[in-house]
Structure formats: structure tokens, C-alpha cells
Design a protein around this ligand. Sequence first.
Ligand code: PGA
Length: 255
Amino acid sequence: MRKKIVAGNWKMNLDYHEGLSLFSEIINMINDEVTGRQEAVVCSPFIHIHSLAHLAKHYTKISLGAQNAHQAESGAFTGEISAKMIKSVGATYVILGHSERRQYFGESNKLLAKKTDTALKNGLKPIFCIGETLQQREANQYFDIIKSQLDEGVFHLGETEFSELVLAYEPVWAIGTGVTASSDQAQEIHAFIRREIAAKYNQDIADATTILYGGSCTPKNAPDLFAQPDIDGGLIGGASLKSRDFVDIVKVFNL
Ligand code: PGA
């Protein structure tokens, strides 16, 4: 059975104190209410991670992640944060290739391939995001776009490295818009991604890869999405900023 994961992406929201207070609510609820083997992940801004990791020390169902990492190991890159630094404060995951990074910071598949290598080398598990824009969907190019994001971003990895990855399918037109992909639309792409992984590596690796859905996921639509055979959880933006909503989405996987 592959791992079920619900990851919150706080983006550039919440100051330090607000972040700590939200996280305290989340871990208490998770501790009391989560009865399955699913993992909750909170991807906060960098400055929160160390303190959140401290708070989460005795909670096994919750892990931490960052939202970006630099491709270089270290050096003269003023203002940047390395994978090693992120790992050293207690994070397990790092989101790479989010469409906002691709769109506003010009991150290409080639750059993201380097970021993936550096994150893995430093013991972080990338949550690697892929997905098409509305224009690409309407032009029926979405399978090609997703295939090239996989080919150029992560398919250079060897089997062992690839097995550390979590993938997230996030159609750009569904992010923060309130428009969710239907569970059929999402399942179609998730099954396609899994077939591509099987073709590149093998069926065992494809079956073991956790593939998350992201884009206007809420407690209301999560049960239907997560019931699809190839959807293994979610990457949650807006709803991860409300403890009740986030934990309710995590609880979709309760036994
Ligand atoms: P959203 O964001 O849930 O607010 O649509 C998802 C994401 O960007 O990861």
C-alpha cells in the first residue's frame, strides 16, 4: 500500500506567532482525531519550520516541509535558503515546482531537475508539482505538458532516488480559484502519470508512488477526490490555513 499524504501549503501567509498558533491547533486535533496511517505535512514559510518541528517532536503523524529550496549546495546566493539548512531545522519534505514558482519566478523544468537533485542529496523528499494551465487544457495539450514536466523534471533520477519523491498534480486553473478538477478529470491525469512512471521505471515503482491532487481542495470535495484509485491525498492551499478544514481533509483517510 502506498502512503496517503495530506500536505498543507501555507504559501506566504501567517506571521511567526500566527503560524505557531495555527500549528498548535492542528497538532492537537490530529493527535485526538486521526485514526489511520495517513501522514499530515505542513509546508510553512522557512522562518516557522524550526519552531514547528520542536512543537511536533512527539507527534508521529505530522511532518514538516518547506515550499522551495535553492539548487546549489551553498555559497554566494544572497537571500536564498539551501536544502541542507531546511533539513537541519527538522523538515522532511520540500515542495518543488509549484506553479507559482514556475510562473512568478521563472522556474523551468531544467532548473527544477537540479533543485530535485540537491534536495534528495540532502535527505529531503521533494513534493514535485506538475500541471497544465487553462490555456493548455483548452488546447488539449495537457498530456504533453505533463509528460514533458515529468521527462525534464524528474525522469533523470535513478530508481532509488525516484522512490523518495511525492508527486502532486495541480492544474493551474484550479489553484486558488475555487474551481476544482472533477474527480474524473483528476483521476484521468493521475492514472496517466502512473502509467508514465511504469513505462519509465517499472510497475512496482509506479504502484508505490504517492500522487497528490492540488487545487481548491476542501473538506467537501476531498472525499470524492481521494476515493479515486490513483489519488493518494492532497496538496492543500487555502483550506490549510484553517485548522478545522485542514484536519477534516486529513481525516478523509481515517479508518
Ligand atoms: P489551493 O492551493 O488549495 O488554495 O487551490 C493549492 C496549492 O497551490 O498548492
